[in-house]
Design a protein around this ligand. Structure first.
Ligand code: ADP
Ligand code: ZN
Ligand code: ZN
Length: 702
């Protein structure tokens, strides 16, 4: 029986629904007020009350008008005072949800500040009151005048090109130290001058404190907010609201900031656009870089992707069609560094010709020539940076009597020996134990570390250079808040002579006195199964080289050392000349032959189950169920299910299956049609121990 006073307005509301619920669109609710699309509301869902976003406002055509109004529930309350999420935001969310194969509700709610999803209307009203000041317009002082450096010829040329309105995304391809940031800042200045907002994206905010500082200095007096996962929920809500209300003029953020509603957005910058952290690795696996490009087109504003080593996708998009590229982006090149600073000279050390250690012993960590070169720096009071992408003391402990190795009982991986806290720790599941005094299998007390991590390299360097101050920066060191900043300050103050670090220190920092950078063990990437490993390694090495010799007085003798057993490998040969374009051309021709991105689109269907058989059984059934679809559509290749590179993590078995198409749209159509079928297959497979499954579109690693 419809109540006589049943509310008159019918709305479509999206709520956070798990992928497996099969709920992809909006649910219908009734409201006594005609709420516009984008309004945040609280609605009943079963026994709970949840936050939702009005997707189709009153009077708009409904998605599923089949349910009779008498069967619908009413909106409980409205988050009044919050401006509705703008159309551009809804379009972006809708695109992302379709492209990355997640439900609309999951996408929409996921990209809101976590706190906003939890507040009821009363709590929200209270919060809004407290934020009165932050959200009140026009309280700030006028922007301060700052002295700007004269632009280099390259910067001027780039900015001239940016001044002409165009509808293509820009690739700012500039060497490390070419002054890309100055170009971002000037272009941002232009947008701010026109009363527009600016979104500046960085891969990881705590690794780029200098950029934050430069933005703050340049735009002193303006409202700048940051958005990243390191903020408290309250800070994040406040900053997000300031952007949404249009009061924050510049938002500096990580990947999640691409979804920030900004009513006057006039420019998006994506710094280090090649960085893998722009891709979300769980849940809705979106690429913030790609969404930034989409959003810029949607809002008709420029987007600048900046990098010294663009992703091959971006590079391909920026290459003119005449050169085999897609010609979709405009490339602005800045090959020279600011000032006289050349890039450091690259020295490739052939380890296969270095003397080995004694039989049964591990080879010394560094070649003789490299040790000598570091010794010279120490004497001259200059700094050296040694890169090793492996934390801990040794990747595994080994008993030579019985062959025991420090495996993780929960993962198909070794546990890493951390000497500092005498622990054996699994880097996949976190399982940690005190290191045993003797072999747990045979009681032998002589168990040995095998291989080398940063802790051990630090120890070896301290032994090799007793007169030098040796330091280390990696994720273990900087676990505690503030340590990273403190360590970096030590390096900047010249209190460290030899710095050992992971890729964490290769990014963004401007070390003045470093005249030697060495990649201790970079060969792994040459033979990795992941087709992007070489691309990533080239970017990392070039970025690391950029840390050296930034001051003119030391730049002349700066060096980038690479230790390798494969000195003739094209990766190192192109690095010798800093020839990214040549490296990219070689990689692209390999990708073309192999039918890999950017010449094909990929998706990965991933599954987790109690057993490997269970995971693979689901994937095989999933393939079988959509094979006819693939055959009908054509252009779709389904590969067999295989275990993931680390197949068991925390007692969960993982498998995956690759889907490939030469045509992005074809792949999209196929995935969209397959979703419902896979949902049904998953339901049947629950009994055989399937835990989770997901589609990863444009996967970063395969
Ligand atoms: P990138 O981001 O390309 O690595 P940066 O923008 O960090 O390069 O610039 C490198 C250094 O050069 C910085 O210290 C910056 O302050 C300085 N710089 C940039 N542009 C100029 C300029 N036009 N004149 C003088 N110094 C500049
Ligand atoms: Zn043993
Ligand atoms: Zn583990």
């Amino acid at each position: 029986m419809p109540a006589p006073s049943s509310p008159p307005h019918r709305l479509g509301v999206v709520i956070e629904a798990p992928q497996h619920s099969g709920l992809w669109g909006a649910l219908d609710y009734l409201s006594d007020r005609p709420l516009p699309a984008g309004t945040l509301v609280r609605v009943p869902l079963g026994k709970r009350v949840v936050t939702g976003v009005v997707w189709t406002g009153a009077g708009e055509p409904m998605l599923a008008a089949s349910v009779a109004a008498s069967d619908l529930k009413a909106v409980i309350e409205v988050l009044d005072g919050l401006p509705p999420m703008p159309l551009a935001w809804r379009q972006l969310v809708k695109f992302a949800s379709a492209y990355y194969q997640r439900s609309l509700g999951e996408m929409a709610l996921m990209v809101l500040p976590p706190e906003l999803r939890q507040l009821d209307a009363t709590q929200w009203a209270r919060r809004l009151k407290r934020l009165d000041k932050a959200l009140a317009p026009g309280l700030d002082a006028a922007p301060l005048e700052v002295v700007l450096p004269d632009l280099t010829a390259q910067q001027s040329a780039a900015l001239d090109a940016l001044a002409v309105p165009g509808d293509k995304p820009y690739l700012l391809w500039g060497s490390t130290g070419s002054g890309k940031t100055e170009v971002y800042l000037r272009q941002a200045q232009r947008a701010l001058g026109q009363g527009r907002q600016v979104l500046m994206m960085v891969p990881e905010i705590n690794l780029t404190p200098q950029l934050e500082q430069r933005v703050a200095e340049r735009f002193a007096g303006r409202r700048i907010v940051s958005l990243h996962s390191g903020l408290t929920p309250a800070q994040r809500l406040r900053n997000w609201l300031m952007a949404h209300y249009g009061h924050a003029e510049l938002v500096l953020g990580t990947r999640l900031s691409v979804f920030t509603p900004m009513p006057r957005l006039g420019l998006i910058v994506v710094d280090e656009e090649h960085d893998p952290s722009y891709k979300q690795q769980d849940g809705a696996r979106y690429s913030a870089r790609d969404l930034a490009v989409y959003r810029a087109r949607l809002e008709g504003i420029p987007v600048i992707l900046g990098s010294a080593t663009p992703s091959l996708e971006t590079w391909h998009n920026a290459l003119p069609e005449a050169e085999g590229g897609a010609g979709r982006y405009t490339c602005l090149a800045m090959p020279a560094r600011v000032g006289d600073g050349d890039m450091p000279k690259v020295r490739v050390v052939d380890l296969s010709r270095s003397p080995k250690g004694n039989a049964g012993q591990e080879p010394p960590p560094l070649a003789r020539e490299l040790l000598d070169a570091i010794a010279k720096r120490v004497e001259r009071g200059e700094q050296s940076l040694l890169l090793l992408n492996r934390r801990g003391y040794a990747p595994v402990l080994h008993c030579s009597d019985c062959g025991w190795k420090s495996g993780c009982p929960h993962c198909s991986a070794w546990r890493v020996f951390h000497r500092q806290d005498r622990s054996l720790r699994c880097h996949h599941c976190g399982f940690s134990e005190r290191v045993p005094r003797a072999c747990p299998d045979c009681g032998n007390t002589d168990i040995q570390p095998v291989g080398r991590g940063t802790e051990r390299l630090e120890e070896q360097m301290a032994a090799a250079f007793p007169q030098a101050r040796v330091g280390r920066i990696d994720a273990d060191v900087v676990k505690h808040k503030g340590t990273l900043e403190a360590r970096l300050a030590d390096v900047h103050a010249g209190e460290v002579d030899v710095l050992v670090g992971t890729q964490m220190v290769a990014k963004g920092h401007d070390f003045r006195r470093i005249t030697l950078v060495a990649a201790v063990n970079p060969d792994g990437a040459l033979f990795a199964s992941d087709f992007r490993a070489a691309e990533r390694q080239f970017a990392l090495l070039l970025q690391a080289a950029g840390r050296a010799g930034r001051d003119a007085d030391v730049a002349g003798h700066s060096e980038m050392w690479v230790q390798t057993y494969h000195p003739m490998h094209p990766l190192y040969q192109t690095l010798l000349r800093y020839d990214y374009a040549d490296f990219a051309a070689q990689q692209l021709s390999e990708r073309k032959m192999a039918g890999l991105p950017p010449y094909a689109s990929l998706a990965m269907l991933r599954a987790e189950a109690k057993t490997q058989e269970g995971a693979q059984a689901f994937l095989s059934a999933a393939v079988e169920a959509v094979q006819h679809l693939a055959d009908e559509m054509g252009q779709i290749t389904l590969y067999p299910a295989v275990p993931t590179p680390v197949q068991r993590v925390a007692n969960v078995e993982r498998a995956q299956l690759m889907i490939e198409s030469p045509q992005r749209q074809a792949l999209q159509r196929f995935l969209t049609q397959s979703q419902a079928i896979w949902l049904a297959v998953a339901k049947e497979n629950r009994r055989s121990g399937l835990i989770r499954w997901a589609v990863d579109v444009d996967p970063l690693s395969i």
